[in-house]
Design a binder for this molecule. Structure first.
Ligand SMILES: [Mn+2]
Length: 330
């Protein structure tokens, strides 16, 4: 006696996957609205659950994805390395750590905390891509919010927003798999956008937020030429010389650093982006090169205190740990 087939009663259509939603189109007047972002969210959510990953371009054409990336890049590029976020007393600021392609967590988080608005500012602390399966969708969704509310959504760069990390930890492969022949072009647009992401924020004048953390300053060393009196002193990144001379960088130096690099350099004179994105706090005192990572710094509680005190700050929000110097009520 054969087992009854439970599917026999179902209409044949129920066995078919649902048809994909219509392709997302850029707004005719070029202006993103809250409804457009809500529609994009619903579409990305649906596709991530029911559409084969390589069918994504049917719903999210490469041209649309690139247009969104470019629109956000223009806004991000204008922001300084260190963004001052100064909420009014009635505004809430939500700081979010690494989301790593977890689209559904991000959608839940936005619903749960309350969507970005004039009342609620979001600071995302980097690492949008790699590891998770939906880095592309996650980052595009956050870029859409940035374009919609540029003064209420801030997207900082994480160490994974780099050519090296995305080629090793999955994002490049994800984009190529989803966009096939158009993938390399889409991926390049993302890389350019990563270069435009600012490095850090100071919230309400007292909370420093960055993915990795603290950074070194340049120190002045007399060059050979200066001894001959032909040229003045030469500025050098402090790790390239005697490590005992390494000193903490200033916010002014952070503002002046060149962040438009595909991969933050670990040597040379432009070391601040690598420090801000890759450094690790430690329980050991002092400031030294991060030998384990080969880039960035390791710093102790004394340096945290020095950094906060010098810059009149109260808290560091980093992606690994929160460093607090209690000098008043925030
Ligand atoms: Mn991370």
């Amino acid at each position: 006696m054969s087992q009854p087939d439970s599917r026999a009663d179902d209409p044949a259509s129920s066995l078919q996957p649902p048809p994909p939603p219509p392709p997302v189109a850029w707004p005719e007047d070029g202006v993103l609205t809250r409804d457009w972002v809500a529609g994009l969210t619903a579409t990305l959510d649906l596709c991530s659950r029911s559409l084969p990953a390589d069918q994504l371009p049917v719903v999210l054409p490469a041209a649309l994805a690139q247009r969104l990336v470019l629109a956000a890049s223009v806004i991000l590029h204008r922001e300084p390395n260190l963004v001052r976020v100064d909420p009014r007393p009635d505004q809430t600021v939500v700081v979010v750590g690494d989301v790593h392609g977890q689209l559904h967590d991000v959608i839940f988080l936005l619903q749960d905390a309350g969507f970005p608005s004039e009342d609620r500012i979001f600071v995302f602390n980097g690492d949008y891509v790699d590891r998770g399966a939906w880095g592309l969708e996650t980052f595009l969704l956050l870029l859409a919010w940035k374009v919609l509310l540029p003064n209420c959504v801030f997207l900082l760069r994480g160490n994974h927003e780099s050519k090296y990390c995305t080629s090793v930890y999955g994002f490049e492969q994800e984009v190529i798999f989803k966009y096939k022949g158009q993938g390399p072009q889409v991926y390049r647009k993302f890389l350019r956008c990563f270069e435009d992401l600012p490095l850090a924020t100071i919230i309400a004048g007292c909370v420093y937020t960055a993915h990795g953390g603290i950074f070194r300053g340049a120190i002045v060393v007399p060059s050979k030429r200066s001894k001959k009196g032909k040229k003045g002193n030469k500025y050098k990144a402090s790790s390239t010389i005697d490590p005992t001379l390494m000193k903490l960088g200033s916010l002014d130096e952070l503002l002046k650093a060149r962040r438009t690099v595909l991969d933050p350099p670990w040597e040379g004179s432009n070391l601040i982006p690598g420090d801000v994105l890759w450094s690790d706090p430690s329980l050991e005192m002092g400031l030294s090169s991060n030998k384990e990572r080969g880039i960035g710094l390791v710093w102790g509680p004394d340096i945290t205190q020095q950094f906060l005190y010098t810059n009149n700050l109260k808290v560091c929000y980093l992606s690994f740990i929160i460093c607090v110097l209690v000098i008043g009520i925030i």
